[in-house]
Design a protein around this ligand. Structure first.
Ligand SMILES: Nc1nc2c(ncn2[C@@H]2O[C@H](COP(=O)(O)OP(=O)(O)OP(=O)(O)O)[C@@H](O)[C@H]2O)c(=O)[nH]1
Ligand SMILES: [K+]
Ligand SMILES: [Mg+2]
Length: 346
């Protein structure tokens, strides 16, 4: 039996199995098996042509944003609107076939925006250029999931499932589980909080499924079996995702209002250039970028130039950024502060 068949067998069994206390272990085990086969399926194949030309775009600028969406939702139109790069837009599907980078210049930051081919159901299994697109998505700091506001939300759910199935977790934080494989000593299992969704026996079963017999596991929050599997698999990425509903020029005001109120969503019209300023503002916020200004002792801060950094930066990050970009332009004795908070970072 091929891996795809095995996966579909397990999926069928999971959907057949009623979810209750008695089936908890059985389901946990099935999920672990499923995750294992899925990662086997996605292991880079050695076959030529799999990598795909036109996708090896170098990371540049302060952050990378990937445009993910079904064909013809307006991804290329957005790239051509927000950046100086032109990406062909047309009414037929799969107009874009490669990764096309553009640069958004915002708040003094250079944000790399990547236009990508449309993806459809089955992308993770390699339909269209799905695999290459997903590989690029994994390298992004933010996913812009573009959706056609005139269509129902099925597209959104399909894409979420595609990304989920390849280990991309959207708008979720990494489960707080300490996990370490050991050479011996069996499995040591502990938790700092009461666990309501998993117990020691299920943890053991899942670890055994991965042929792990010596490991240290410490739950620091009330996680599920799926979250434990994510931690074991280690290849998961946790990315912020902003849902961009395009073509609002085609729907009623009431509908625009309803969509705009859903979490993590921005409504726009690329063709009519509606709400694009707000999109940029939100994008900046989701990337957690801040501008840090430099200041010499006894002198006012220099607002003409700044460093672009992530929120939560430490002095080390700042030194690193300076070192990379403009060490020589600064004195060794400098002071930093954030314009917004007026707080010194050190
Ligand atoms: N009504 C309307 N049409 C739009 C808007 N933005 C883009 N379009 C149209 O949607 C069609 C598809 O646009 P593209 O930018 O090629 O879409 P894409 O997502 O890049 O498509 P693929 O590269 O094929 O995946 C074009 O005919 C655009 O003119 C919009 O805001 N409103
Ligand atoms: K198109
Ligand atoms: Mg396109």
């Amino acid at each position: 039996m091929g891996i795809l068949e095995k996966i579909s067998e397990i999926e069928k069994e999971i959907s057949r199995t009623q979810k209750n206390k008695a089936t908890e272990y059985h389901l946990g085990l099935l999920k672990a098996k499923l995750a294992k086969y899925r990662s086997q399926l996605l292991e880079p194949s050695k076959k030529a042509g799999e990598k795909g030309e036109g996708f090896d775009v170098l990371k540049s600028g302060d952050a990378r944003v990937a445009l993910i969406g079904f064909p013809s939702v307006g991804k290329s139109t957005l790239l051509s609107t927000l950046t100086k790069t032109e990406s062909e837009a047309a009414s037929y599907e799969f107009t874009t076939l490669t990764c096309i980078p553009g640069v958004i210049d915002y708040n003094g930051a250079n944000i790399q925006l990547l236009d990508l081919p449309g993806i459809i159901e089955g992308a993770a299994q390699g339909k269209g250029r799905g695999r290459q697109v997903i590989a690029v998505a994994r390298t992004a700091d933010l996913i812009l999931m573009m959706l056609d506001a005139t269509k129902k939300d099925v597209h959104r759910h399909l894409l979420e499932r595609e990304l989920e199935s390849v280990g991309i977790r959207l708008n979720k934080k990494k489960p707080n589980i300490y996990f370490k494989v050991k050479k011996g000593g069996g499995i040591s299992f502990n938790s700092t909080v009461p666990l309501t969704k998993i117990d020691e026996k299920l943890v053991q079963m899942i670890l055994h499924e991965y042929k792990l017999f010596n490991a240290e596991v410490l739950f620091r929050e009330d996680c599920t079996a799926d979250e434990l599997i994510d931690v074991i698999c280690a290849n998961r990425v946790y990315l912020p995702c902003l849902y961009v509903y395009n073509k609002i020029d085609q729907i009623s005001i009431e509908e625009v209002d309803r969509i705009a109120r859903t979490p993590n969503s921005v409504v726009v019209s690329c063709n009519m250039k509606l709400n694009l300023d707000y999109l940029l503002e939100t994008l900046w916020e989701y990337l957690s970028l801040i501008r840090v200004y430099t200041k010499k002792p006894g002198q006012p801060p220099d607002f003409s130039d700044g460093l672009i950094l992530r929120k939560g930066v430490t002095v080390e990050h700042v030194c690193h950024a300076i070192h990379r970009s403009c060490w020589t332009r600064y004195h060794k004795k400098w002071a930093f502060f954030l314009k917004d908070s007026k707080l010194p970072i050190y």
